[in-house]
Design a protein around this ligand. Structure first.
Ligand SMILES: [Zn+2]
Length: 138
C-alpha cells in the first residue's frame, strides 16, 4: 500500500509528542479509514467528513474548523489547538489516504443539513442541537 510507505516518513512520535492523546486518536481514525472526501457533481464542491465515535463530523480544513464536541468545548475555549479529527484530516490529505465519495449536487443540501448540526450535551445530560456559525462557501 502506497500510503503506508509514506507513513514511514511521517514522524508519528512527533505527532504524539505535539498533540498527545489527540495525535494518537487521529492516527487511529486514519488507520480505520474514517476520513472521507465528498465531491459533489457537477459543481465539484468538496466536503471533508471524519466519521468519529459519536457520528460524522464536518471539517473545514481551510479555516481549521470541526463540528465535534471537543472542538466546541476545548478548541473554542482555547484549551487545545486542534481536535483529533482535524489532525486526521490533515494527515489524510497529505498522505492521500482517505475515501472518496461522489454525490450529486441534489443531495448537497440534505447532507449538509445533517452535518451542520452540532450535538451538544448540556449539563442535565439532555442533548440539543445548535446550528454552527460556519457556513460552507458556495
Ligand atoms: Zn473534531
Amino acid at each position: 500500500m502506497k500510503a503506508l510507505e509514506k507513513v514511514k516518513d511521517l514522524d508519528l512520535i512527533q505527532l504524539i509528542r505535539d498533540f498527545g492523546e489527540r495525535g494518537e486518536k487521529a492516527w487511529e481514525l486514519l488507520r480505520e479509514n474514517r476520513v472521507k472526501r465528498y465531491t459533489f457533481k457537477p459543481s465539484g464542491r468538496t466536503v471533508w467528513i471524519v466519521v468519529g465515535r459519536e457520528g460524522d463530523h464536518l471539517i473545514y480544513p481551510a479555516v481549521g474548523y470541526c463540528g465535534c464536541d471537543d472542538f466546541y468545548f476545548s478548541v473554542m475555549e482555547g484549551k487545545a489547538l486542534v481536535c483529533q479529527h482535524l489532525i486526521a484530516q490533515r494527515l489524510a490529505e497529505r498522505l492521500g489516504w482517505f475515501d472518496t465519495v461522489e454525490e450529486s449536487d441534489e443531495l448537497f443540501d440534505v447532507l449538509m443539513n445533517d452535518w451542520r448540526f452540532l450535538k451538544i450535551e448540556n449539563a442535565s445530560g439532555k442533548s440539543s442541537e445548535v446550528r454552527t456559525a460556519v457556513e460552507l462557501k458556495r
